[in-house]
Design a protein around this ligand. Structure first.
Ligand code: IMP
Length: 446
């Protein structure tokens, strides 16, 4: 039995959906424990690409249950569309369970999200967060304020009505609220349609652990967007850390075995906030074009830049990473060189290596210090076929040097490498314990 967490180790969009899907093959339950419709996990199946927003990738596999867990905020109308879309394509192959404790994102939260971000922007243009406008912040704020509505209440019309009336009383400042009767009616209807999936999910997971089954917690967003430990206020409103994944699923910390951090071989960020290694030159544009860097939920172009080991060391420490998955290495194939940020220089000339400053303003002023590594050849179809056939030994020597450099710099072994968008384009490098330094390093030598 293994309880594993797979989480984003940068600013989101690390292709963790693909790694989660790879690991889901050996899981009985895959659990989403935070976030909601702001999420977009792309998985490229033989039938074509699928983007999951509020469903865990377990729903795509026979014999696996995808759980939308207690720490999530669920937009029920969008969830229903997502389920219908998968059903119509014949891709809803696993089972689905929706936590009765998950909170509900209402259309008024979406209105409020837009209203709040405009308010920030009017106050100071740089204060706007560039949220996904999916109502996440307001829904989590109402949860913390004890005004929220949970999935359990959707099938109890009297309680639903009473909770909505109280919630509306807090929203008098918002224009264009939908009439309360209409919203209550629509929520009851969608609640009835979703009712067959609603469960108290934590005892189901506890029993699975007792039976020795594998559980995968599929993180959404990323540790650097964590409400407390990310680049506040340019963060999301949940806790996409390993600790947050446990809180959001009801699994106790003593059951946890592995924490896998997913990072691209470069870096991207969507929305506002500090991004020290952002490259606004033609090279950044190359990454965007070659990596297809557009938001899976909003379609916004992502800001692009280079791998940042200062941030990655911090994320590794904060989350207790036991291994790394490095994705999209194919995007850097054929470049002249691969810059990697190893430290920052502060405006007063100090060098920082082990973690970002607390203030987002200070982080924005940090100047990255790069080491330049040789790039590996282009990932043409023949190379991909060789890796598929022969496994990690077929990875180009310069790529293996890059991976060893990342391991050394972060102090965490690289266990998985993603080299393409397709489901089978991930290679496992073997169990990390056998590759730990110093003995493990030899295995990386070309
Ligand atoms: P919110 O989560 O919609 O409130 O957005 C807050 C910040 O997190 C914005 O900068 C978003 O662009 C960012 N964000 C939220 N979800 C994701 C995601 O799944 N990938 C990348 N960025 C995200």
């Amino acid at each position: 039995m293994t309880v594993r967490i797979v989480l984003g180790a940068q600013f989101g969009d690390e292709a963790k959906g693909k790694i989660a899907d790879f690991l889901a093959a050996s899981a009985r339950y895959v659990v989403r424990s935070a976030g909601g419709p702001n999420t977009g996990h792309t998985i490229v199946l033989p039938e074509g690409p699928v983007v999951l927003h509020q469903l865990a990738c377990g729903v795509l596999r026979h014999g696996v249950t995808g759980v939308s867990g207690p720490g999530m905020v669920i937009q029920p109308f969008k969830l229903e569309e997502e389920l219908d879309g998968l059903r119509q394509r014949g891709l809803l192959r696993g089972e689905f369970a929706l936590s009765d404790r998950a909170h509900v994102v209402l259309p008024i939260h979406e209105l409020e999200d837009v209203w709040e971000d405009e308010l920030r922007g009017r106050h100071r243009p740089e204060a706007s967060l560039g949220t996904t406008k999916s109502g996440i912040g307001p829904a989590y704020a109402d949860r913390a304020g004890r005004f929220g509505l949970r999935v359990a209440e959707l099938s109890r019309p009297a309680v639903l009505r009473e909770r909505l009336e109280l919630l509306y009383a807090t929203k008098a400042h918002l224009p264009n609220l939908p009439p309360i009767d209409e919203l209550a009616g629509r929520l009851s209807e969608v609640g009835a349609r979703l009712a067959p999936f609603v469960r108290t999910t934590e005892p189901i997971l506890w029993e699975a652990i007792s039976r020795g089954e594998n559980i995968l917690l599929e993180g959404a967003q990323s540790a650097l967007l964590d409400l407390d430990f990310g680049t506040y206020p340019y963060v999301t409103s949940s806790h996409p850390t390993s600790a947050g994944a446990l809180v959001g699923s009801g699994i106790p910390p003593t059951e946890l075995d592995e924490v896998i951090g997913v990072a691209k071989a470069y870096a991207t960020r969507v929305g506002a906030g500090p991004f020290p290694t952002e490259d606004t030159s033609e090279r950044g544009e190359y990454l965007r074009r070659t990596g297809g860097e557009r938001g899976a939920t909003t379609g916004r172009p992502r800001r692009c830049g280079w791998l940042d080991l200062v941030l990655l060391r911090y994320v590794a420490r904060l989350n207790g990473l036991t291994s790394l998955a490095i994705t999209k290495v194919d995007v850097l194939g054929g470049l002249d060189d691969v810059p990697v940020c190893v430290a920052y220089r502060t405006p007063d000339g100090r060098e920082i290596r082990d973690g970002p400053p607390t203030s987002a303003d200070d982080l924005a002023r940090a100047e990255p210090i790069y080491e330049s590594l040789p790039a590996w050849p282009e990932f043409h179809a023949r190379l991909k076929e060789r890796i598929l056939r022969e496994g990690p030994n077929a990875l180009p020597a310069d790529l293996r040097r890059f991976l060893a450099f990342v391991e050394e710099g972060v102090g965490v072994p690289v266990e998985y490498v993603g080299y393409g968008a397709h489901r089978d384009e991930t290679v496992w490098l073997g169990p990390p314990s056998q590759r730990r330094r110093p003995a493990g390093l030899a295995a990386w030598s070309p």
